[in-house]
Design a protein around this ligand. Structure first.
Ligand code: COA
Length: 260
């Protein structure tokens, strides 16, 4: 697929994806969602040396200012549910991706933008990041998992407040609430995300993907996270990575993981 709205920069397996519709504050239109689906469903999984992904927004103003309101105003009566289902499917691909995905939030992360950041495994924000779910201003509700994931990060009371009032919160408050992992200086969002990905990439790759899966399993009501963890733990103890990691510890040297 030829990417039109995503700018993809691959540096030795650390991939930065810039959502590139600056004039529309990087709002998520259908084409952008198709491209995200293609990356996280096809190109990303096929990329052998992939170590981590950073998602960020073009320009200095926005990460993503939501789903494209102008586009979805044209939806017919049944289009809304289909749009939400398609969007949720894409965001699940991100949440379940096998290597870490970090949202480098460099401005507005509203509506679908906040939902996209929440589908990522980690969030690093600049000082002008603003988070919110303003859908009720438009007479709708979040459709890309926002009502569910916001509770997971900040708890029911505060999530209810933000969802009902449509209030935005800044980077520091988002950090205090646990929505953001780290607040960094303006312009450093991608560089700091890369540093964090490099740290994670030095660990056992199988273990990293199993941590992601096990943490996600906690929130998936159709499976029991504790049981899932038992099996995932068992799988990691059978890997070459574990043999190598444990030997390296005993031999007081740095592990050289093969991801097998
Ligand atoms: N969908 C489509 N276009 C959007 C958009 C969205 N979610 N958010 C912003 N844009 C467009 C604006 O229409 C404007 O386009 P124009 O130049 O053709 O008029 C451009 O991006 C710049 O936005 P503007 O509103 O002029 O910037 P601002 O600095 O005054 O305000 C925001 C910034 C983010 C507060 C404001 O754009 C906003 O509230 N956006 C919608 C947020 C939202 O409700 N998201 C949830 C959608 S479900």
């Amino acid at each position: 697929m030829e990417y039109q709205n995503l700018k993809i920069d691959d540096q030795d397996g650390f991939v930065t994806i810039t959502l590139n519709r600056e004039k529309a504050l990087n709002a998520l239109n259908t084409q952008t969602m198709l491209e995200l689906r293609h990356f996280f469903g096809t190109d990303g999984p096929a990329h052998e040396g992939l170590k981590g992904v950073i998602l960020t927004g073009a320009g200095e103003k926005a990460f993503v200012a939501g789903a494209d309101i102008k586009e979805f105003m044209a939806l017919g009566d049944n289009g809304g549910a289909e749009m939400a289902q398609r969007g949720q499917d894409v965001f699940f691909l991100i949440e379940r991706f096998h290597v870490p995905v970090i949202a480098a939030v460099n401005g507005f992360a509203l509506g679908g933008g906040c939902e996209l950041a929440m589908a990522c495994h980690l969030r690093i924000a600049g000082p002008n990041a603003r988070f919110g779910q303003p859908e009720v201003n438009l007479g709708i509700i979040p459709g890309y998992g926002g009502t569910q994931r916001l509770i997971q990060y900040i708890g029911k009371g505060k999530a209810m407040e933000l969802l009902l009032t449509a209030d935005m919160i800044g980077a520091d408050e988002a950090h205090k609430l646990g929505l953001v992992n780290k607040v960094v200086e303006a312009g450093q969002e991608v560089a700091e995300s890369r540093k964090m990905l490099e740290k994670i990439a030095s660990k056992g790759p199988v273990a990293i993907s199993k941590v992601i899966e096990s943490v996600n399993a906690y929130f998936e009501t159709e499976r029991n996270g504790f049981n899932f963890e038992v099996h995932a733990f068992g799988e990691t103890t059978r890997t070459e990575d574990f043999k190598e990691g444990a030997s390296a510890f005993v031999e007081k040297r740095k592990a050289n993981f093969s991801g097998k």
